[in-house]
Ligand binder design. Structure first.
Ligand code: MN
Ligand code: MG
Length: 648
């Protein structure tokens, strides 16, 4: 008997909620005749260690996030339904200063349990799956953390390099559920987990030669047929978003394709930090963004950082000896709503959750409050993706100062040393921007600037490869029509600004009236297209065969963001330290820093006046004096603001 099976047996008599028959009395649309069970499935996803409704970067409460609030929605949802199961969909233990503090080993909980799993145990989760960010602190830490979870943590598409599953691929939960007739019915509920196969690229430095990943749909096709025969119902926990098919397989966002695998009855999605059902996914073939189905199967995505609770209600009807889904409804319940620029909280904190994580929360607050230096000007990300900017300059200066001494005496020392940086925190929520005021700087501010625990990495590339790198970055912008005098969108959609790399040490211009050479996913799409012009190194045009060293992070160097020629092969240095630690060391050493742009890039001025619009936080308005070409236009949906930028 496996540990999972033992665990399942020990919980066989578990029965949730109360009310039984009375709950059925008020529920519509139940099929008539035969045995009927109403089963409610609940999902959290992408909690990223936000247990408290607290913004560690700004050092203040934030009602738009926090598992303590989601926990209250969980209690409420359980109170409304006699039969509930609760799942977590991954990206659970990484994502804020609390998670970094716990992973740093400086917090030693007396119960030996990772605080995220401590509070999830309290909420009696039934199962969870691994996300990509679980791997950011390495396998040893992950193993220790998950050991404290009182529920199975699954993943069907990751194996050790010898082929053994890294985690249980699936679990069969046996649950006594109360039917409409008031009787208990023992059901076997299969649960299977999936993660983006790209983790071996994104965390190559930590996973290489240890684990391998498989395509999500291929793994499902391998396990689902036999598993489904052993269960009454099969639920997929898919830490992956809703996207289109990628040639060659290994799609990052494969929830829609997974839903089409025969035998799966419901799909929990995540990873994209969006809400489903909802308008973000309207109009995609195979997706019903109002009803909440993927390939006809009920599916939900509950935002991020605890912002929503995913709820799938199933009506199960016994047909002969088999249970079948006879009806369903899907909902993502928010913990807050926006009323103009105001945030209205829709959930109270679960005090027991707060209390359970209080020791680590308080210690983490003190830890990140430690002063390390002084900035003589603000550092923000409100405009760092549309203008040459001080925040990316600071990241690059720190990266260069970290790597330079490490290259001394090596064959690479004589080559020009450049540095790539991008905005890690730039929406889409109005508070999700880097914002460091002038004055004393604490550790938390550097975590606000560099939010991911990436490792400093350097690659050796030539002039041709630099040109392609910049072209892929420039795909961030829409194409503008220079003959149109009305306002045009500079950035449509909500693609991440962390894929807009700015390479310090060069100067160049971006012509957004030209077509993009790459698409948003990094696919090469137009061999005749060039947007990046006048690339210069030390004032001279960059030669095709000029070799250079570029400092970046392990994510980018190994292929994250799908940048041309960045696949790990040209990595010449993999620092043991994170980029964030390099920035902290730089600020500590400099004492006082005067953040300013380095004059790296500009838009090519068009022949005629051309003004484009983009969205950012309304808070950016108070920093506009540093950006003469940008002005505020109006409020925008979701609490954002619309700005205009003059391109010439
Ligand atoms: Mn996530
Ligand atoms: Mg993820």
């Amino acid at each position: 008997m496996t540990a999972i099976e033992r665990y399942l047996l020990s919980r066989r008599d578990l029965l949730r909620g109360a009310g039984g028959l009375s709950a059925y009395a008020v529920l519509p649309d139940l099929p008539s005749g035969g045995d009927v069970i109403r089963l409610r499935l609940l999902e959290t996803s992408d909690l990223h260690m936000f247990i408290y409704d607290y913004d560690y970067y700004r050092d203040r409460p934030d009602p738009t996030l926090g598992f303590a609030k989601t926990a209250q929605l969980i209690a409420e949802a359980r109170g409304q339904a006699p039969n509930c199961l609760l799942f977590d969909n991954g990206d659970t233990i990484q994502g804020n200063p609390l998670s970094d503090f716990v992973a740093s080993g400086q917090s030693v909980p007396t119960d030996g349990v990772h605080p995220m799993f401590r509070v999830m145990n309290m909420l009696r989760y039934d199962a969870a799956t691994l996300g990509n960010h679980e791997f950011n602190y390495g396998l040893d830490f992950l193993g220790k953390a998950t050991a404290g979870a009182h529920f199975p943590i699954l993943s069907a598409n990751i194996t050790w390099t010898d082929g053994r599953p890294y985690a249980p691929p699936f679990a069969i939960l046996e649950r006594d559920l109360i039917g409409r007739d008031g009787r208990r019915h023992r059901l076997k509920i299969g649960v299977i987990g999936f993660l983006p196969p790209q983790i071996t690229v994104w965390d190559k430095a930590r996973l290489q030669s240890r684990v391998e990943t498989q395509d999500i749909v291929a793994a499902a096709e391998r396990y689902v047929p036999a598993l489904r025969r052993r269960c009454d119902l099969l639920i997929a926990l898919c830490h992956s978003g809703i996207g289109t098919v990628v040639p060659g397989g290994r799609a990052e966002n494969a929830a829609l394709q997974l839903a089409a695998v025969r035998g799966i009855d419901a799909v929990f999605t995540g990873h994209s930090h969006r809400v489903f059902p909802g308008p973000d996914y309207a109009g995609i073939p195979g997706v019903d963004a109002e009803r909440g189905t993927l390939a006809g199967i009920p599916a939900v995505m509950p935002g991020f950082w605890g912002s929503h609770l995913g709820v799938i209600d199933l009506n199960l009807q016994k047909q002969g000896t088999e249970w079948a889904v006879a009806g369903f409804s899907v909902e993502a319940r928010p913990i807050y709503r926006r009323d103009g620029s105001k945030v209205v909280s829709l959930a109270d904190d679960d005090q027991a959750v707060l209390t359970a994580a209080a020791p680590e929360h308080e210690a983490a607050k003190a830890y990140v409050g430690r002063p390390i230096g002084t900035f003589s000007a603000p550092v923000t990300s409100y405009f760092s993706f549309v203008a040459d900017d001080a925040s990316l300059a600071l990241i690059s200066q720190a990266q260069l100062s970290y790597v330079k001494p490490l290259l001394a005496g090596t064959e690479h020392a004589s080559l020009p040393l450049l540095s790539a940086a991008s905005a890690m925190k730039a929406g889409p929520a109005p508070d999700a921007y880097t914002d460091i005021a002038a004055g004393p700087v604490a550790l938390r501010n550097i975590a606000d600037l560099y939010t991911y625990p990436n490792l400093v990495t350097a690659v050796r590339v030539n002039g041709v490869q630099i040109r392609e790198w910049l072209e892929r970055s420039a795909a961030f912008f829409d194409r503008l029509d220079p003959t149109v005098s009305e306002l045009q969108k500079l950035i449509s959609g909500r693609h991440p600004a962390y894929n807009f790399d700015v390479i310090a040490g060069l100067t160049y211009a971006i012509d957004v009236t030209q077509p993009a050479r790459y698409d948003q996913s990094g696919r090469f799409c137009d061999p005749t297209a060039w947007r990046v012009t006048d690339i210069r190194l030390e004032g001279r045009p960059l030669a095709d065969d000029q070799e250079v060293i570029v400092v970046t992070n392990n994510y980018r160097a190994a292929g994250g963001g799908n940048f041309p020629d960045l696949n790990g092969a040209n990595t010449i240095l993999q620092g043991p330290d994170t980029n964030r630690d390099a920035i902290i060391a730089y600020v500590e050493r400099m004492g006082t820093i005067d953040p300013k742009p380095l004059g790296v890039w500009r838009f090519v001025p068009p022949d005629h006046r051309l003004t484009a619009t983009f969205e950012s936080s309304p808070v950016g308005r108070s920093y506009l004096s540093a950006y003469p070409s940008i002005h505020y236009l109006a409020e925008a949906a979701g609490g954002l603001a619309r700005y205009a930028i003059d391109l010439g």
